[in-house]
Design a protein around this ligand. Structure first.
Ligand code: ATP
Length: 320
């Protein structure tokens, strides 16, 4: 394989640029050329494609977001869209494609492989919710950003003896809430993978206050419920005067952490090796600190992402 393409798709995540850089540099090292596709599968179908040089990825490793841009393009789930995409890849003489994104993006990569065009998926999302890997690109940076915010809120919560509900990202997965809850010493962590009883949450706050606790921090994953709604439910039980902070998109941006840069660099280089070997329809993962390669369909259909539920138990034991 002499010429490969790369695109980023789905939600952006810090470290995507580091992965693109690694793909370009490793491919050049192997004597291959790399073409960048702007705006994910939308740009692929539109032919928004350009050659990437060494210099195009210079000064990129430290930047958040993705310089290739990302887009949602549901039309790529149709065969018509996929065949148009392949036409464009052929027009540019591209023989294999690296797709950085989440499980939706993996489906797009698999569809192309099925049409005879080898693709490899790299897990990139702050939510850490992609099967087949212990960690995704962007998760580490995101939890450190959230942690910084939680530490600041704790200062205020303690000074005013307040209860705070902090809504963090995670529609289906509680990883961000779990990790940042433990790391910040939050009193309670509420995640979609486990039900909760609002009266128990309220009892916990009261017990803490009776023991002389100056603050109560509840980290809530957005997939459970809106933070304001959660606070209203608590205030309806007792006059807690709960304050709410919805962290929102600050969790997505920023310069990637060292860990995300290294993970992205390892994934990027491995993706080039995989395509060079002529493999397609596969995705990369990190398991027990080793990079692993597995089939996309096997990963999506037979593996599930489960957060480390031991963290929840640990937090109950040490933060209450
Ligand atoms: P995130 O988890 O960050 O949202 P994602 O990759 O799961 O990332 P999606 O919006 O689900 O995000 O998918 C990204 C893009 O992948 C879609 O906009 C679409 O272009 C393509 N895609 C999604 N599902 C399929 C499918 N079944 N077949 C082909 N392409 C798909």
């Amino acid at each position: 394989m002499k010429r490969i393409g790369i695109l980023t798709s789905g939600g952006d995540a810090p470290g995507m640029n580091a992965a693109i850089r690694a793909v370009v540099r490793k491919a050049l090292y192997e004597g291959m050329e790399v073409y960048g596709v702007n705006y994910g599968f939308a740009g692929l179908v539109a032919g928004d494609i350009r050659k990437l040089t060494r210099r195009d990825v210079g000064d990129m490793i430290q930047r958040g977001g993705t310089f290739l841009y990302s887009a949602r393009y549901p039309q790529f789930a149709t065969e018509e869209g996929q065949l148009k995409g392949i036409e464009q890849l052929k027009r540019f003489g591209i023989e294999g494609l690296v797709v950085i994104g989440g499980d939706g993006s993996y489906r797009g990569a698999y569809a192309l492989t099925k049409h005879g065009f080898p693709c490899v998926g790299i897990p990139g999302t702050i939510d850490n919710d992609i099967p087949g890997t212990d960690y995704t690109i962007g998760f580490d940076t995101s939890i450190n950003t959230v942690l910084d915010a939680l530490d600041r809120i704790r200062d205020t919560a303690t000074s005013h003896v307040r209860t705070f509900v902090i809504e963090v990202m995670g529609r289906d997965a509680g990883d961000i809430a779990l990790w940042t809850g433990v790391a910040s010493g939050a009193e309670q962590i509420i995640i979609p993978e486990k039900g909760f009883d609002i009266t128990e949450v309220a009892d916990n706050i009261r017990e803490g206050r009776e023991r002389g606790k100056k603050h109560s921090i509840i980290v809530l994953a957005e997939g459970v419920m809106d933070g304001n709604e959660f606070a209203q439910k608590l205030d309806a039980i007792d006059n807690f005067h709960v304050r709410v902070s919805v962290l929102g998109h600050v969790q997505r941006g920023g310069s990637p952490s060292a860990r995300d840069r290294v993970l992205a660099s390892r994934f990027g280089a491995k993706a080039v090796d995989v395509l060079k070997d002529g493999q397609g329809g596969v995705c990369l993962g990190l398991r027990n600190e080793e990079i692993v390669v597995s089939g996309i369909i096997d990963t999506l259909d037979n593996m599930t992402h489960t957060p480390n539920m031991e963290l929840l138990k640990l937090n109950e034991e040490i933060s209450n």
